[in-house]
Design a binder for this molecule. Structure first.
Ligand SMILES: [Zn+2]
Length: 137
């Protein structure tokens, strides 16, 4: 499905750093997978960046040539990363990233007590981000 959706530059930076993980054509621009980018807040991008760096290493070491990251999103205040063609090492490393994200504000990347209710919606954001959000119109 073609898309003209422009991903935020911080997401493109991460996607372009690990082309093998996302099914990018060599030297090409076309995203064949993950065309909608990461459906989570920018506070988690550093966690994703470190995760993908490690996945790329495991991919090489364990010769997982079919490994692809197919979806990255926030669900119920937690990070979810879905892959095809992984193994136990891959799943364990993803579980670590999801644990780290559970204690990280999705908005600013600072420490967060985890998923909580904020005036009727749920999110994994810290107190000061919740405060800012409340004071916005
Ligand atoms: Zn925050």
């Amino acid at each position: 499905m073609p898309h003209n959706f422009q991903l935020p530059p911080e997401q493109m930076d991460i996607l372009e750093r690990y082309p093998a993980l996302f099914g990018l054509a060599p030297g090409g621009k076309g995203l064949t997978l993950l065309g909608d980018g990461f459906a989570c807040g920018a506070g988690w991008y550093p966690i994703l960046d470190r995760l993908f760096a490690d996945l790329a290493v495991i991919r090489r070491e364990d010769v997982l040539t079919r490994l692809r990251v197919v979806q990255v999103k926030e669900k119920f205040g937690g990070l979810r990363v879905y892959v095809d063609g992984g193994n136990e090492r891959i799943q364990a490393r993803i579980a670590d990233a999801e644990t780290e994200a559970a204690a990280t504000c999705e908005h600013c990347g600072g420490p967060s007590p985890g998923r909580r209710s904020h005036d009727g919606w749920y999110g994994n954001i810290c107190d000061s981000c919740a405060q800012k959000r409340r004071s916005e119109p």
